[in-house]
Design a protein. Structure first.
Length: 134
């Protein structure tokens, strides 16, 4: 439907103004996926010992726990010591600087579960340890 107005402009009905075909472009959102960084070979990681690795602007402490590789934030929340140098007994890591204890499987401070370290996603591909850069 077309209407003429006194001002000389032409108004076109909505059904005529819109094309009947689909849009030729797609709206999409891109979500950032973490980039994975190769850090160390599995055979270089001794049971009970940690390795400190740089992950972008972060540092991670990497451990082998029950045949799984775990990577947590590298600095103690209390004293800032390098957690890779701590003492690991099972899944519990004791900071060498202040003796705070962390569960490396979930990153929490033992006895204070609300205090948590960052946990990094880890993959092992062909013996190579690969950690996500958050």
């Amino acid at each position: 439907m077309i209407d003429s107005s006194p001002s000389g402009s032409v108004a076109i009905g909505l059904a005529q103004a819109l094309p009947l075909h689909r849009c030729s472009f797609a709206l999409s959102r891109s979500y950032a996926m973490p980039a994975f960084i190769e850090v160390e070979y599995l055979d270089g990681l001794a049971p009970g010992k940690g390795a400190s690795v740089a992950i972008g602007s972060n540092t991670a402490a990497v451990f082998k726990v029950d045949d799984a590789i775990r990577a947590i934030e590298g600095s103690c929340l209390r004293c800032g010591a390098d957690l890779a140098e701590g003492s690991l007994q099972g899944k519990i890591l004791a900071c060498r600087g202040c003796d705070w204890r962390y569960d490396v499987t979930v990153g929490c401070v033992v006895g204070i579960p609300a205090l948590r370290l960052v946990i990094f996603d880890v993959k092992v591909v062909g013996g190579q340890i690969i950690i996500a850069n958050p």
